[in-house]
Design a protein around this ligand. Structure first.
Ligand SMILES: *[C@@H]1O[C@H](CO)[C@@H](O)[C@H](O)[C@H]1NC(C)=O
Ligand SMILES: *[C@@H]1O[C@H](CO)[C@@H](O)[C@H](O)[C@H]1NC(C)=O
Ligand SMILES: *[C@@H]1O[C@H](CO)[C@@H](O)[C@H](O)[C@H]1NC(C)=O
Ligand SMILES: *[C@@H]1O[C@H](CO)[C@@H](O)[C@H](O)[C@H]1NC(C)=O
Ligand SMILES: *[C@@H]1O[C@H](CO)[C@@H](O)[C@H](O)[C@H]1NC(C)=O
Ligand SMILES: *[C@@H]1O[C@H](CO)[C@@H](O)[C@H](O)[C@H]1NC(C)=O
Ligand SMILES: *[C@@H]1O[C@H](CO)[C@@H](O)[C@H](O)[C@H]1NC(C)=O
Length: 568
């Protein structure tokens, strides 16, 4: 009884906050290729697995096959930078091809670019291969970033292949273009040490910056200064440990880039990996461009990993072509803000072992190879904090080529709120599940307190998970265990590909999988089953027991098991 009262109070507090209601505040505007003027071929929509259409935003894109085919659009804004999400074919050996692309403004050629499929294309069964002969292709897309463009509002931007390959299998698919105005690079903060200083870099200024970073960090700790990474590209070939109290500042995510070494990248310990190892770490303002193009779960994660103790912050960081964006453990009161994760081999950001009172705010993921955002209180390592009270807020997840937009696998009182999910076509926009282990003999991090899903907007999601089948846009999955304490409030589910909401017990005969204290309130479903026939607004599988309260909701097409008591 008390619990319900507490929920009501939380809802009222939440409604007082005026902000962008759903998802991250993004500084770019997206132009969808299928809405541009084109003499190429619009492809899609399609919703089945292993199709490029399914991995396209809105499940549609434009196919260009020769130099005379283009997409063009009038810019609605001034802009100086652009991201193009594209797909080009793989090579026969799976290593990838390069393909030229040209950009015109008002009819004038202003840029030649080289696209690559080196980081795209995976095949076969999880965790996938780079061998086209294994079939079942996925991860068709990659992105290119282009800066220093002189775009004024009203200018016509045309994008076309840089040559005709004569080969009928050659093509370039454009999914979307993001236009953005990027502000000039930041200046060195006061009281800082630059990684480019000769004392760190050595006289021969070798291209490998690993040692310079390590020395600069050590000196910054010793002298209580900030590590400054000016605009530029910095190759790193070994782990960078982040000790307690370190501050690292780059010139901005468009300007300062930590890059991997393509040749060494097959060695799991020679990647771009920043490892938190202490409290009060603050890192901001750079990007990480890894070189990973395969997934091996035996190899350690690259990107940002480790333990950030208490009170650390990670902000304004762009990560691509790594295994994960961030895989964080043993941290409390960590905040991750304003980050972009794109085209990774696995998760965007995962709060794993021992995460408490930490927040992911105003971040976006696109093209991740696993959950965009995940909270998984695993027990395969000792946990420093009792996991729970973590929040994913004002975040946007789009277009993972495996798994879900955001997932919670256990823990106490975690929340996903004010988020936007679009085109989650290989899984659920939001998955609440007991799929992964969260307990051992001494600790049980199962769902407890109230898990909150609140103020979320979900479009064209709920797709085919190759190891599971169609998942709902919002799925509550009693996979291995029960779930108790779930408040789903003010969630709008638009154009779900399969079921809009499902409650699934993996074992249809089980009496052990119980849903307790679950409420759906202000949940509105507009359109479902658009990608596959005979799906529902709310589907409850056999084997689910317990109590579900539905209030003030519009959910057409409720079907399934009657052993779950529904109070309405
Ligand atoms: C992590 O930090 C601790 C001190 O807090 C230190 O003893 C240890 O050597 C550090 N680990 C690495 C790999 O730097
Ligand atoms: C974290 O911040 C809080 C509030 O400022 C402070 O009380 C606490 O000591 C900090 N923790 C550490 C490890 O610095
Ligand atoms: C959390 O950490 C921030 C610094 O990142 C600090 O300002 C704040 O006081 C901390 N909050 C708590 C409750 O410790
Ligand atoms: C959100 O992050 C973007 C960068 O992606 C930034 O431009 C914007 O100011 C941030 N908004 C808020 C409210 O923090
Ligand atoms: C169980 O998990 C906890 C938390 O991660 C860990 O501290 C403990 O060592 C684990 N115990 C066993 C028996 O594996
Ligand atoms: C987490 O914290 C525990 C206990 O302090 C420690 O044994 C373990 O190594 C930590 N793991 C990470 C990844 O920091
Ligand atoms: C979670 O674990 C605790 C301790 O083992 C147990 O009492 C509780 O019933 C479990 N809850 C669910 C939903 O499994």
């Amino acid at each position: 009884m008390n619990t319900r009262l507490v929920i009501v109070l939380l809802l009222m507090v939440g409604r007082c906050v005026a902000q962008q209601p759903y998802g991250a505040t993004i500084p770019w505007i997206t132009y969808e290729a299928e809405h541009m003027q084109t003499n190429g071929k619009i492809i899609g929509p399609a919703y089945d697995p292993y199709k490029v259409e399914t991995e396209s935003s809105g499940q549609r894109a434009v196919l260009l096959r020769s130099k005379s085919e283009f997409v063009q659009f009038a810019s609605g804004m001034n802009a100086n930078s652009m991201v193009i999400r594209y797909s080009i074919p793989d090579s026969k050996d799976g290593k990838g091809l390069e393909y030229p692309l040209e950009i015109f403004i008002n009819g004038k050629l202003i840029r030649h670019c080289t696209l690559t499929s080196r980081y795209a294309w995976l095949y076969g069964k999880y965790p996938f291969t780079n061998n086209p002969a294994d079939g079942k292709p996925r991860h068709f897309y990659d992105e290119i970033q282009i800066t220093n463009l002189p775009v004024s509002k009203g200018d016509v931007i045309r994008i076309q292949p840089g040559r005709s390959l004569g080969d009928t299998t050659a093509y370039c698919i454009i999914d979307l273009v993001d236009l953005e105005i990027i502000t000039p690079p930041l200046k060195a903060p006061a009281n800082s040490l630059s990684v480019t200083d000769n004392i760190f870099r050595g006289k021969d200024s070798s291209y490998d910056y690993t040692e310079a970073f390590q020395k600069c960090i050590a000196k910054a700790i010793e002298t209580d200064k900030t590590v400054w990474i000016p605009a530029g590209r910095y190759m790193l070939t070994h782990d960078i440990m982040l000790p307690a109290n370190i501050r690292i500042q780059g010139a901005g995510m468009w300007y300062t880039t930590l890059v991997g070494n393509e040749v060494l990248y097959t060695h799991a310990d020679r990647r771009v990996r920043l490892i938190g190892n202490g409290s009060n770490i603050h890192i901001a303002g750079f990007s990480i461009a890894g070189e990973l193009n395969y997934r091996s779960d035996q190899e350690a994660n690259d990107g940002i990993t480790g333990s950030f103790g208490t009170n650390s912050t990670i902000s304004d960081i762009w990560i691509e072509h790594t295994k994960v964006g961030m895989w964080i453990e043993n941290s409390s009161n960590l905040t991750i803000t304003n980050c972009r994760i794109r085209n990774t081999m696995a998760d965007g950001i995962n709060f794993c072992v021992g995460m408490s009172h930490s927040t992911i705010n105003n971040c976006t993921t696109r093209g991740t190879g696993d959950d965009g955002f995940a909270i998984w209180p695993a027990v395969f390592k000792p946990q420093q904090f009792s996991p729970g009270f973590n929040t994913i807020t004002h975040c946007t997840a789009q277009l993972p080529y495996l798994a879900n937009g955001a997932a919670i696998y256990g823990g106490e009182h975690n929340a996903i709120q004010n988020c936007f999910f679009a085109d989650i076509t290989q899984g659920s926009a939001i998955l609440i599940s007991t799929t992964f282990p969260t307990s051992n003999k001494s600790v049980d991090n199962n769902f407890s307190g109230i898990t909150i899903i609140k103020n979320c907007l979900i479009k064209t999601s709920g797709g085919f998970d190759h190891e599971w089948g169609w998942r709902a846009a919002v799925e509550i999955c009693l996979d291995k265990r029960s779930i108790s304490g779930l408040a789903i409030d003010s969630v709008f589910i638009d154009q779900s590909l399969s079921n809009a909401i499902s409650i699934i017990a993996k074992n249809a005969d089980s009496t052990a999988e119980v849903l307790r204290n679950a409420i759906l309130e202000n949940v509105h479903v507009a359109g479902y089953s658009i990608g596959v026939k005979n799906k529902r607004g709310l589907f409850i599988s056999d084997g689910v027991h317990g109590l579900l309260t539905i209030r003030q909701s519009s959910i057409p097409g409720i079907s399934g098991n009657t052993e779950l008591n529904m109070a309405r």
